[in-house]
Design a protein around this ligand. Structure first.
Ligand code: SF4
Length: 76
C-alpha cells in the first residue's frame, strides 16, 4: 500500500485524489490519508504529490504511518 505522511499537512493540492483509480483517499483531521486495504498499489498518485508526502509502505519504519492512515480513513 501507499500512505500519506505529515508532509501533507496544509497542502492544498488534491491532484492525488483525482488520479486514484479506486478512490481510496480520505480526509483526515488536517491532511489526506489513504485506506491501506483499498489502495491497489498502483503508484499513480505518488508523482502527483507536490509535497512528496505519498510514500510506499516498503520504506523503513512505515508501520505507524500505515496505522495512522487506516485510523483516519475509517474515522468518518
Ligand atoms: Fe490510489 Fe494507486 Fe495511490 Fe493507492 S497507489 S492511493 S490505488 S493512486
Amino acid at each position: 500500500t501507499y500512505i500519506v505522511n505529515d508532509a501533507c499537512i496544509a497542502c492544498k493540492y488534491t491532484d492525488c485524489v483525482e488520479v486514484c483509480p479506486v478512490d481510496c483517499f480520505y480526509e483526515g483531521e488536517n491532511m489526506l490519508v489513504i485506506h491501506p486495504d483499498e489502495c491497489i498499489d498502483c503508484g499513480v498518485c505518488e508523482p502527483e504529490c507536490p509535497a512528496d508526502a505519498i510514500r510506499p509502505d516498503t520504506e523503513p519504519d512505515m508501520e505507524k504511518w500505515v496505522e495512522f492512515n487506516r485510523k483516519y480513513s475509517e474515522m468518518w
